[in-house]
Ligand binder design. Structure first.
Ligand code: NAD
Length: 244
């Protein structure tokens, strides 16, 4: 039980990577507050299965005015989080020259600004308690860029800058801040890709398969755990070797 008696807040917990992280953390003894825009249809079953270890928050992180208030209420309810995983994310893909300001801004609001506000709110409390681990879900696209995803890539690159800056600001107070950069992971987000596009992507991956949400959850578990006690300000790629 690597996370016994730890309390974690995981955003984007309804499905995909966030769901896998939530389930893995609970399996390792943590109590998890999962947040997403909408409750998943199978939430009652999930809560029953988690035997009191899963709490739910339905909230839109794109509504930047209310983010801090919502997170603050959860800090009070939980008594304080030991782990924060800023995982919620969206895409609104288009070529830069066709991309509307609205679509550029919306992706930055949800993927970067909401993560900043959440980390600031949870981080303040972690600093007061002199302990905590924050994990930001970036992407290989935030390191290498991707045609058709200027808004998404800018947000994910921003998360890396945020991670490294926050790590420097909080290290002396016992708080660690790291990022994960997943490559091509099978989820609803990538499910819209055509079979041909998926095959072409897998061809570029040295390990010759797409990643699973569980692959990313294993990395999140490590960074959240005491096993990573001497690691902060890092970006851990979980990409099957896609970008050596
Ligand atoms: P997904 O689309 O399956 O799940 C996204 C989650 O975020 C959902 O729970 C959704 O409800 C939540 N969410 C979206 N907008 C929200 C909002 N405004 N407020 C609150 N919650 C919101 O995505 P996924 O593939 O599981 O990706 C999870 C994270 O990993 C994202 O940040 C994504 O950018 C990142 N990522 C994914 C891949 C991949 O290949 N799937 C690769 C690199 C990075």
């Amino acid at each position: 039980m690597i996370l016994a008696s730890k309390k974690a807040l995981v955003t984007g917990a309804s499905r995909g990577i966030g769901r896998a992280i939530t389930e893995r953390f609970i399996a390792e003894g943590a109590e998890v507050w999962g947040l997403s825009t909408k409750e998943p249809a199978d939430l009652p079953e999930r809560i029953a299965l988690a035997a009191g270890k899963l709490h739910w928050i339905s909230a839109d992180l794109g509504d930047l005015v209310t983010v801090e208030q919502i997170i603050d209420a959860q800090i009070k309810e939980s008594g304080g989080f030991d782990i924060l995983v800023n995982n919620a994310g969206i895409t609104k893909d288009n070529l830069s020259f066709r991309m509307s300001l609205e679509d550029f801004q919306k992706v930055l609001d949800v993927n970067l600004t909401a993560a900043f506000l959440t980390a600031r709110t949870v981080g303040r409390d972690m600093i007061r308690r002199r302990q905590g681990a924050i994990i930001n879900m970036s992407s290989v696209v935030g390191i290498h860029g991707n045609g058709g995803q200027a808004n998404y890539a800018a947000g994910k690159a921003g998360l890396i800058g945020l991670t490294k800056s926050l790590a420097q600001e909080t290290a002396s107070r016992g708080v660690r801040v790291n990022a994960i950069a997943p490559g091509f992971i099978m989820s609803d987000m990538t499910g819209a890709l055509s079979e041909a596009a998926r095959t072409a992507l897998v061809e570029r991956i040295p390990l010759k398969r797409a990643g699973t949400p569980e692959d990313v959850a294993a990395a999140a578990l490590f960074l959240a755990s005491d096993g990573a006690a001497y690691i902060t300000g890092q970006v851990l790629a979980v990409d099957g070797g896609m970008f050596f």
